[in-house]
Design a protein around this ligand. Structure first.
Ligand code: NAP
Length: 313
């Protein structure tokens, strides 16, 4: 079935959604509601929790079809559907093909397209942050990525495409090796290695300039957890970027600031990926400052003890 595209620029009402499981306390509805209002648009952003496949297969297929039929103008996708959703779309962007995961579904000229806005969002947030410090020197582009799950795929791809040399450290080495094997063909000049996420293994590395946490360690409610191995000092010349944004100051970010070395958590990346999705869905620039204000308010709320653990996309 081919659907005629409504001209998005003339459209004034948009319906978006997020699927994943679980979806407790997502910040995305607030970010997108605020973006719609600030852009003079109307609409909604709903949560569609769907069980992991195979149980959720029919529900996920039906939900994606709602983007095809125009009932939904855009869909965000989070764990555990970032990979499994690809079987329901007609086109994958080059970034989605590289990392094998999408966080955004939208309709373009009647086609269902899967996109990954985590990659450019991470890249932009990282580079904006680093440029505050590095305008006067050229840092060695050596990065250590902690974790080898879905977010690590996007982060490693972003770093390699920006000419960083990357070591992936994972507690399950095989996961890091698999990630390395699937991304390496896209980066034939190399620069990607793996190791175990243990103190002895990290001690052997050349000190990284950049350490990126892509594990959920430290995310509310386990706020005392850090992915950094016990008994190993953080390198005094490193910068730390933690993808976790709830709490805004994770145990890892606190430890880095205590050294003291510069550290940033993932709120900017979250806002960036939402802003890029908003533009794909509406054809309009996203009001990022408004989204940032909403994030700052809501991230504080999300840390309250009444919150339950869950995705915060
Ligand atoms: P995922 O696919 O489940 O991957 C998590 C990875 O972390 C796996 O390699 C896992 O290893 C490892 N891990 C989990 N707990 C660990 C621990 N305590 N110590 C060491 N390694 C650990 O999850 P994901 O989608 O990559 O998301 C990871 C985090 O990134 C989440 O907190 C998510 O909210 C955040 N994130 C933020 C943004 C943003 O915009 N800021 C975007 C995407 C994701 P095992 O397989 O051994 O458990």
């Amino acid at each position: 079935m081919r659907i005629l595209e409504v001209n998005r620029v003339d459209k004034k009402t948009f319906h978006f959604g997020l699927t994943g499981y679980p979806l407790a306390h997502s910040l995305s509805p607030a970010l997108h509601d605020a973006a719609l209002a600030a852009t003079g648009l109307e609409g909604s952003y709903d949560l569609f929790p769907i069980s992991p496949l195979p149980d959720g297969f029919d529900d996920l297929a039906a939900l994606v079809n709602r983007v095809h039929t125009g009932q939904l103008d855009g869909l965000n996708v989070t764990i555990p559907h970032k990979q499994s959703v690809l079987q329901f779309v007609e086109e994958c962007s080059p970034a989605v093909k590289r990392v094998g995961a999408a966080n955004v579904i939208y309709r373009l000229n009647g086609h269902l397209v899967a996109e990954n806005t985590d990659i450019p969002a991470f890249k932009e947030d990282l580079n904006t942050w680093l440029s505050d410090f590095t305008s006067e020197f050229l840092p060695p582009r050596r990065a250590l990525v902690l974790g080898a799950g879905g977010a690590a795929r996007s982060v490693v791809d972003a770093l390699l495409s920006d000419t960083w040399k990357v070591v992936i450290a994972a507690r399950n080495l095989q996961q890091a090796v698999d990630l390395c094997a699937s991304l390496s063909p896209y980066y034939p000049t190399g620069g990607l290695d793996t190791t175990t996420l243990t103190a002895p293994a990290l001690k052997k590395l050349e000190p990284p300039f950049l350490i990126v946490n892509t594990t959920p360690a430290g995310m509310w409610p386990d706020t005392d957890l850090s992915p950094w191995p016990d008994g190993l000092a953080l390198p005094e010349t490193s910068f730390v970027y933690d993808l976790v944004y709830n709490p805004a100051e994770t145990a890892l970010v606190k430890a880095a600031r205590a050294v003291p070395i510069p550290a940033l958590s993932g709120g900017g990346m979250l806002i960036g990926q939402a802003a890029l999705a908003f533009t794909l869905w509406t054809g309009r620039p996203a009001p990022k400052q408004v989204m940032r204000r909403v994030f700052d308010q809501k991230a504080g709320l999300a840390e309250k003890p009444s919150s339950k653990r869950g995705s915060l996309l």
